[in-house]
Each structure stands twice: as C-alpha cells, then as structure tokens.
Write a protein that binds this ligand. Sequence first.
Ligand SMILES: [Zn+2]
Length: 264
Amino acid sequence: MELCDAHCHYQFAEVPYAAVEQARADGVGQAMINGSAPSDWADVAALGRRDPRNRVSFGLHPWDVPTAPAGWEAQLRAILVAHPAAGVGEMGLDRWVKDFDPVAQEQAFRSQLAMAVELDRALTIHCVKAIGPLTDILRAAELPRRGFLLHSWNGPVELVAELAKLGAYFSFSAHHLIPRKADLRVQFAAAIPRERILVETDAPALCPAPEFRLRELAPDAAGIEQNHPSNLVRNNAELARTMGVTPEASAALTSANFARLFGA
Ligand SMILES: [Zn+2]
C-alpha cells in the first residue's frame, strides 16, 4: 500500500528531512509540496531534485500576499516554466486571517489562476471563510483543464456537485477528524464523488489530535504542535473508515486521483 499526500509543506524548517524519510518508510509515496511565497520556492525546488516522489507546486499563499515582493508574478512564471511538471499553489482566498485585504487577495488569485490555465498546470486552492467569493470567481473564469484541488475542503455540501463539475478535487485532512466537523466528514462518505477524493497532511500544519497521530514532530518555537508527514497513514485510515472501505482501497483510490490531477 502506497499513499500520496495531496498537500504538504516539507520545505518548512519544522519538518526535518529525517521525518520525510520516516514517512516514506511508513508508506507515503508521492507528496505534493506547496510553496507559499517567493522566499521558499528555491527550497521546494531543491526537495524536488532530492527525490522524484517530492512533487512540487509554486504559489503565493493568501497570508503572504501583503508581503509579496514586487515582480513576484514574473518570478512565479519563470520558476513554473523551469519546472514543467510543477503545479500552481498554494494560493487562495482567506477571510479569516487578521487584516486581510480582499482586493489584493483576489488580484493575486486571478493572476495565478490565469497562469495555471495558460501553462496547463494543476492548481491548489486554500479557502477559509471565503467560499462565496471563491465560487463566484470559479463560475466565471477559465479554469485549468486538468482540474484543481480544494485542499482541506471545508465548504457546504450544497456546492459539492457544482464545484466537482467545474473540475474540483477535495482533500481529506486532520481538519475532518475534529468532532465538531462531523458534517464535513459525512460529505466524504456520501456527497463528494469518489473519483475526486484525495488525502493530505498539510504537514507541518494541521496537527491531528493525539489519537490520530502515528508519529510526533517537535513543537515549534512558540510551542505549537506540528504535524508529522507519517500521520498521512492515520488520515487515510480515517478516510477509509468514513467511506466504508479498507485502507488499501482508499490508498488505491486516492493515489489514482492524485495521478489524474497532478500527472503521473
Ligand atoms: Zn498548506
């Protein structure tokens, strides 16, 4: 059984490479490593050179929009052209983060979306408290032919069918293991098309509750718990339980979906 992590950040200092190697020993195969700002794109690219299972995406995260350097769009285009198999992301909309600027976020979103369309890349979208504005953009814009990932999906069930028709994939994360998010877990059981389901860690972010951890990372300097890449194994087990299938079947399903979205 080999798992594919649809969304993670192995480039962050909180993830020592030994943890990535441990995850590989625990059954994690390919992992889509998402850059979040020009300052970490070189580290993401270096991880891609280190192991072909380290897949790469480059993007500007909505949290990083306020501090993006002038000319970031040209830098993004250049690194995407230099990495023909790379995706675009992590990008998105976030109306939860302090002092968000919806106009600047939407501008950055639209320019990255247009680049993904033009260069025919898969797109990874972060969306928090902004599903309405996000859906409005997706309804009206040209979208990447290969589709897009709504990472750690957290929107209402009423939108699932329409978003799937537009090309959305939906990833299951530790967010869905929180008891008060049971309604989202139900969506993975009953509403989201099986051929659009992926599984992710977002490591080192989204650390699950202790009972869902396979392994531990050291907390960061502020004492915040970090999510070990190996915890994908437990996320997959919970997704399998949610769908009423074996972990092996869930691994096969989500790996096939990963390959269709991101390319083999
Ligand atoms: Zn992320």
